[in-house]
Design a protein around this ligand. Structure first.
Ligand code: NAD
Ligand code: GLY
Length: 374
């Protein structure tokens, strides 16, 4: 049931609707037909999501007379790997995939990025449909066309921009999401509020802790968060300007995620710590108030997210990792820093000493004790 108007992504790489609402998976066959997706359907998922929703989606498609098959890849970040992509190429090519067919990504960001990358490359590109089933993927990774896999030297280093033909987010799937995954997803929603939408941020503050609101508020809230992503992608598909803002919290977040060892912290958990640190950097530069740093920290905690750097990490190791960030230009990190709740900008001139001071203080157990007392 679609209870809101679709949001429309319009980029040089493709134009498509983002649909958000309860029980939308039951309408998938109709929506595919409406978008002119007429060929065979190749569904990719992980065992957890496939167990919960795979049969339902396959059955609905088959009832509508569509030829659809499912391939499951192992759960987790390790599936964003060339060897797993190769297994998908084998499955698709041995099965006789054709250019008019579509790959459907049913799951979280790992499935969306992997299946998207395969869709971008097999037969030089086939249609992709994103069916995000967790909060993170619904508000962020399913939208905007970034697809990719990891390399031993870093995350998402191999990939392509490949816009989907349709994004369909069925909010009823969120009922089965583990609490930790839900909190990790909230991090990206907070990010959207801080960089562009103060009203969204205030709406989150009014939630009952980390609980998703009931419908129709749930779809309305998600739609508002998605609207930030859609607006940004529409302005800057290839991340030459505005889209960099979506990396708020990610420069230090990625460093913390990698330093912890992939799979230890969830991506959103690391981004929450990154946002707290990057807000403190903005405060030290004088462009964000201490009150807003505290307000953001309180919201992250309300949504079940920690803001302390895990024990044992050093500022030197984290700062070294930030230099490998994809936004580094001529050896300078370009930091996305908030100026107010609802507004942020890219800063290329942040003194290393200032960043060092903030991160070192946060790595210091004494100052962490001070922080948790606040
Ligand atoms: P994920 O894809 O591993 O999903 C997390 C877990 O949620 C999985 O175990 C999955 O089985 C489970 N899950 C999903 N839906 C569920 C449901 N309805 N019920 C129960 N369990 C469910 O992790 P993620 O956080 O969604 O994605 C992280 C990946 O996304 C990273 O690789 C990151 O690089 C990528 N990413 C990409 C973009 C982009 O723009 N392409 C943006 C942000 C993140
Ligand atoms: N999640 C960052 C981006 O899509 O650009």
């Amino acid at each position: 049931m679609m209870i809101h108007e679709p949001l429309r992504v319009t980029t040089p790489g493709g134009a498509y609707d983002v649909l958000i609402g309860p029980a939308l998976l039951d309408e998938l066959a109709d929506q595919l037909a409406a978008q002119g997706v007429v060929g065979r359907l190749w569904l990719v998922s992980d065992p957890q999501v496939a167990r919960l929703y795979g049969d339902r989606v396959l059955a609905a498609l088959q009832r509508a007379g569509r030829h659809a098959t499912l391939y499951q890849v192992p759960m987790g970040e390790h599936s964003k790997d060339l060897a797993v992509a190769a297994q998908l190429y084998d499955w698709l090519l041995a099965g006789g995939i054709e250019r008019r067919d579509a790959i459907l990504a049913l799951g979280g960001g790992v499935i969306g990025d992997l299946a998207g990358f395969v869709a971008a490359t097999v037969l030089r590109g086939v249609s992709l449909v994103q069916l995000p089933t967790n909060l993170q993927a619904m508000v962020d990774s399913a939208i905007g066309g970034k697809t990719g896999i990891n390399h031993a030297l870093g995350k998402n280093l191999i990939g392509a921009f490949h816009q989907p033909r349709l994004v369909l987010a069925d909010t009823t799937t969120l009922a089965t999401l583990p609490m930790r995954e839900r909190s990790a997803g909230w991090a990206e929603v907070v990010k959207h509020g801080v960089i562009r939408d103060a009203g969204l941020f205030a709406w989150l503050e009014r939630l009952d802790g980390a609980m998703l609101p009931d419908e129709p508020a749930c779809s309305a809230l998600l739609r508002r968060a998605v609207a930030v992503k859609v607006d940004v992608v529409n302005l800057d598909e290839r991340e030459t300007g505005e889209r960099m803002l979506l990396n708020y919290g990610h420069t230090l977040g990625h460093a913390i995620e990698a330093e912890a060892g992939y799979g230890t912290l969830l991506h959103g958990e690391a981004v929450a710590i990154g946002m707290d640190l990057e807000a403190q950097i903005a405060e030290r530069l004088g462009c964000f108030t201490a009150g807003d740093v505290a307000r953001q920290r309180a919201l992250l905690r309300q949504l079940g997210l920690g803001t302390s750097i895990p024990a044992g990490m050093t500022a030197a190791a984290l700062l070294d990792r930030t230099l490998r960030d994809k936004k580094v230009q001529a050896g300078r990190v370009r930091w996305v820093l908030p100026h107010a709740i609802g507004s942020a900008a890219v800063h290329a001139d942040v003194p290393d000493s200032l960043v060092q001071a903030v991160v070192a203080a946060a790595c210091d157990p004494q100052s962490m004790t001070e922080q948790t007392r606040q």
